[in-house]
Design a protein around this ligand. Structure first.
Ligand SMILES: NC(=O)c1ccc[n+]([C@@H]2O[C@H](COP(=O)([O-])OP(=O)(O)OC[C@H]3O[C@@H](n4cnc5c(N)ncnc54)[C@H](O)[C@@H]3O)[C@@H](O)[C@H]2O)c1
Length: 564
């Protein structure tokens, strides 16, 4: 898993030990890598390897049921968690930015993000279609053809929309075009605009890259009053000062020079660009566009730059994709990015797992309650098509959004297939940190939690502690990831299953906790879907006893307080 994160075919900057997201590090330096490999090669199953932000602190005696590796990345004292602190601690070599699955050895290449982006765009499209049933094509405009953002055009094609994605870096455009994830590339807006119109009018499914600054694209769309159905942004605004977001009106090479030599001027240009960016979006949303923040800190940085993105009550003018889609439709029901990797490296094993997972899902669907049927159906469709979509880069891995029951049933079926030799070698189970329970992030994963607790990080910390004593093979907890350093605490796990009865015991115990911890918290925050889902889980699992909220009548509370 660790080597896959650093493989030339998988990692964004393998020589710099960066897996994805511009600065998502596995290690800080190659000495740490060599030492870690030595420890992993010599350790026993009664030792645990302790990793501090890429630094292998050493092997400590433990026991067979303990995790073999415990990883922390970027954990700092909360008052010292600004972006400047990160620059300093990273330069000193005492801390690193592990993103989510980079520093936890759980990255499976772009297919993870293709699946997540597909279900987001698909559900956004359904919402818009319901509002405007007479429209022909659905136009989706966004930016970024990088590590994760590059999934947008591929997902757009799977979801059946016209996607137009702006990307300033010609190299990033060339990679996605040569891969076949982008169908057409344009550099001239005069030629691009009629092409978009034609695609929408004829209900074509096509992915188009605009090689240029996204603000030029948005301003042109706004000037021509083009009807855009869906809009978002996936520049790397979690890292605005060091190449995550390019200012408008200066070319790419000059921007890179200015960033290094005149950082203050560069930052002022970024802020100005963000204000223009938001102004164009505001104009288009007034005309009916649905805009959502894609978890890249766009609204956060735009607000810091003084852009017009706030409502009078101090909240953002636009929702995050988690608030409207991923949270209420998926996380609140326990659906999240479960994944597995075949350690044999054999595509035949992966094909067997795809078949088994589809069979398990079909069985679950037979008795599934109505509120989760469409999620199950979308995922069944995904897993049936997964082989054909050819999404494996690096290890033979698969992602599938599943809930608690789905994850446990699929994992049990895999373990049995390993036991009977139907799958030739052990499987590693895991998930993206971007999940139901693993991540506390008020501007993303927990942005649909409204009781004030979205700024707490108890859930993520509890999650990793709970996973570690319920049988995970390794666990990790990080500061940063996605929306940026200081903005999120996120954790994950890896669990190797080898067909044994012991693996059966561990997977049931750990996966149940790993999903239902978050459901209990989301339910306590009075999210309706989570309240329903945790009640169902308690019926299935009598030992699970969760404190449920009582929903009080708001008017009565108000009246009582007034009376007092
Ligand atoms: N979609 C999700 O579910 C999800 C999940 C995790 C993280 N994110 C966030 O999305 C962002 C993108 O991630 P990534 O891995 O693709 O990063 P990346 O840095 O590889 O890609 C971002 C791309 O945006 C381009 N860009 C920057 N400014 C631009 C501008 N003004 N106009 C046009 N293009 C511009 C860059 O050249 C770069 O190629 C990150 O902030 C990441 O944390 C999204």
């Amino acid at each position: 898993m660790l080597s896959n994160n650093l493989d030339d075919a998988v990692a964004q900057h393998p020589r710099e030990l960066i897996t994805y997201g511009g600065n998502g590090a596995v290690f800080q330096n190659w000495a740490q890598y060599l030492l870690t490999m030595k420890y992993l090669a010599t350790m026993t199953d009664e030792q645990t390897l302790v990793m501090y932000s890429g630094h292998p602190m050493g092997l400590f005696p433990s026991h067979k049921d303990a995790p073999r590796v415990v990883v922390t990345n970027g954990m700092v004292i909360p008052n010292y968690s600004s972006k400047d602190h990160w620059e300093k601690f990273n330069a000193l070599g005492v801390s690193q930015y592990g993103q989510m699955t980079a520093g936890s050895y759980m990255y499976i290449g772009p297919q993870g993000i293709v699946h997540g982006t597909t279900i987001t765009v698909l559900n956004a499209k359904r919402m818009q279609r319901a509002k405007h049933p007479s429209r022909k094509g659905v136009l989706f405009v966004s930016s970024g053809l990088g590590g994760m953002s590059g999934a947008q055009p591929k997902a757009g094609n799977i979801a059946g929309v016209v996607s137009v994605i702006a990307e300033i870096n010609p190299k990033a455009v060339a990679v996605r075009y040569s891969q076949g994830w982008v169908d057409e590339v344009f550099t001239d807006l005069d030629i691009l605009m009629p092409r978009i119109r034609k695609a929408v009018d004829t209900n074509e499914v096509v992915s188009i890259a605009y090689q240029g600054n996204v603000v030029d694209l948005w301003e042109r769309l706004a000037t021509e009053e083009m009807y855009v159905d869906l809009g978002s942004d996936q520049t790397s605004l979690h890292n605005p000062w060091a190449g995550g977001y390019y200012p408008v009106d200066i070319d790419f090479v000059e921007a890179n020079r200015m960033m290094a030599e005149e950082p203050d001027k560069f930052q002022a240009k970024v802020r100005n660009t963000l204000r223009r960016h938001a102004a164009a979006i505001n104009k288009l949303t007034t005309g009916g566009m649905y805009f959502f923040d894609y978890g890249n800190a766009f609204l956060l940085e735009a607000s810091r730059a003084g852009a017009d993105v706030m409502k009078s009550d101090g909240t953002f003018r636009y929702p995050s994709y988690v608030q409207d889609i991923m949270g209420p439709l998926f996380f609140d029901y326990g659906f999240g990015p479960f994944r597995w990797v075949c350690t044999s490296g054999d595509p035949k094993d992966l094909a067997v797992t795809d078949r088994i997972a589809a069979e398990v899902l079909e069985k679950i669907l037979q008795t599934a309650p109505t509120d989760i049927r469409s999620q199950l159906q979308d995922n069944l469709h995904w897993i049936k098509e997964a082989g054909r979509n050819n999404l494996v880069v690096g290890s033979q891995a698969r992602i599938l959004y599943l809930d608690s029951m789905g994850r446990i049933e699929v994992a049990k079926a895999f373990n049995e297939a390993i036991r009977h030799g139907e799958i030739s070698a052990p499987i590693v189970l895991g998930r993206d940190h971007h999940d139901v329970s693993g991540t506390d992030s008020p501007f993303r994963e927990t942005s649909n939690i409204y009781d004030g607790s979205s700024f707490t990080a108890d859930m993520a910390v509890q999650n990793v502690i709970g996973d570690s004593f319920r049988g995970a093979t390794w666990v990790s907890i990080h500061n940063g990831g996605g929306v940026g350093w200081g903005e999120v605490i996120n954790g994950g796990f890896g669990m190797m299953i080898d067909g044994s009865a012991d693996a059966d015991r561990r997977l049931k115990s750990m996966l149940l906790w790993d999903v239902n911890n978050g459901l209990a918290r989301r339910s306590w925050a009075r999210n309706q879907g989570a309240m329903d889902a945790i009640r169902r889980e308690m019926e299935r699992t009598p030992q699970l006893v969760v404190t449920l909220p009582n929903i009080a009548d708001e008017n009565r509370i108000k009246a009582a307080l007034k009376h007092k």
